[in-house]
Design a protein around this ligand. Structure first.
Ligand code: FAD
Length: 363
């Protein structure tokens, strides 16, 4: 018994789902995508991410469960598979009193909780004693997180899938149902997994108008300040954020950023770039030499990516489009990596349900 499966999309969602599915030799998988690892495009969110593990799901939500389920997988990769491009990193979280109601404050609201659910998930969680905090900081904490060099990790995922027999093909589809006709065997796929991120807004047969972008502008530099930092907000605008993370294996340091909802602009804004760099140095002066400002940064590039946000959260569910069985896995906003294994596991369970129903129907 073999199962013909097409995974549409080769971002972190599609690749992680294909990787888990490919571990069952009964699954014959085609990964079909417009963009593949190595490409940089505004329609392709995954290459622009930092990416780190900074939990954001509300306690008790599916989002929390997906993030919680993902930590052990990322930890194991950092411990046992350094070639995947992940490393452990000390992380500091600062919650400013003034950000409680701002947009940025809402983006980070779960992360910066003084007593967050993830304290029992990540190693070394510690709260900074109140008497050691500066007056503007409501609470602060540290823990060990990971930072993923996505330029190494995405190709690593491709390699794992290929090793397990998956076939990769380029294609641009107008309609989700067309994916069923693109399996590498020439046979019709039993199920299509839709991992097209923000493009599910315009993909025929999906047309999900709950999707919208949250624009993230970053500066990638060669400087290495040490620990990772995330702050609940900035003084430069409601939708500007401050985070710093150094990628594994020479991937550079990401200075962020912004969280600009409904903004599709793909070009870096030079004024925003200035503010990002100044904020990062003000918070982590060790980024540059003593007394230096932004001239002390060794810039690799300025970049913009669009986080695929969805009202109501990611869509992970079964669907039937023009007679084709589809399982969706898209709409992961700013947490596509840190929820990747949890979301892919839920998706794989739904794929199994579809396949079981099909084989029952054949009996
Ligand atoms: P995408 O990466 O966008 O992939 C979509 C895929 O579908 C592509 O292969 C595309 O070519 C394909 N596709 C789409 N339409 C079609 C079509 N019609 N035909 C064929 N193929 C199609 N997340 C974290 O967990 N941690 C972080 O630290 C983090 N930092 C971030 C920082 C920034 C600046 C940004 C922008 C994002 C960040 N994210 C982070 C979020 C994360 O990057 C996204 O949630 C994630 O990349 C979404 O992945 P995806 O696979 O769902 O979509």
């Amino acid at each position: 018994m073999t199962n013909n499966i097409v995974v549409l999309g080769a971002g972190v969602s599609g690749l992680t789902t294909a990787y888990l599915l490919s571990q069952d030799p009964a699954n014959k998988i085609t990964v079909l995508a417009k963009h593949m690892p190595g490409d940089y495009d505004i329609e392709y969110a995954s290459p622009w991410a930092g990416a780190d593990y900074m939990p954001m799901g509300k306690e008790g939500s599916a989002h929390q469960a997906w993030e919680q389920a993902t930590w052990p997988a990322l930890k194991e990769l950092a411990e046992k598979h350094p070639e995947a491009g992940l490393h452990f990193r000390d992380s500091w979280i600062y919650n400013r009193t003034k950000d409680q109601k701002s947009l940025a404050g809402q983006f980070f609201s779960e992360l910066v909780q003084p007593n967050p659910w993830y304290k029992d998930v990540v190693p070394d969680f510690k709260s900074v004693p109140a008497d050691q905090l500066s007056p503007s900081i409501h609470n602060a904490q540290s823990f060990t997180s990971v930072c993923i060099n996505v330029a190494v990790y995405l190709p690593w995922l491709v390699g794992q899938c290929v090793k397990n027999g998956a076939v990769f093909k380029r294609a641009v589809l107008k309609h989700i149902a067309d994916a069923a006709l693109a399996h590498h065997t020439g046979q019709k796929a039993d199920v299509v997994v839709n991992c097209t991120g923000l493009s599910s807004k315009s993909l025929g047969g999906v047309l999900d108008d709950k999707l919208y972008p949250a624009r993230g502008q970053i500066v990638v530099v060669r400087n290495d300040p040490g620990p990772m930092v995330s702050v609940s907000g900035t003084d430069d605008g409601d939708d500007e954020v401050l985070y710093i993370m150094t990628r594994a294996a020479g991937g550079g340091t990401i200075l962020g950023g912004s969280y600009q909802k409904h903004n599709w602009d793909s070009l870096p804004d030079p004024n925003l770039a200035n503010r990002i760099m100044k904020r990062a140095i003000a918070f982590s002066p060790q980024l540059v030499g003593k007394g230096q400002g932004i001239e002390g940064l060794d810039i690799i590039r300025h970049s913009v990516g669009l986080r695929p946000l969805r009202d109501g959260g990611p869509r992970i569910e079964k669907d039937k489009v023009n007679g084709v069985s589809v399982v969706h896995n898209y709409g992961h906003g700013g947490f596509g990596y840190q929820a990747s294994y949890g979301c892919a596991e839920s998706t794989v369970s739904l794929v199994k349900e579809v396949l079981e129903n099909k084989s029952r129907a054949k009996l």
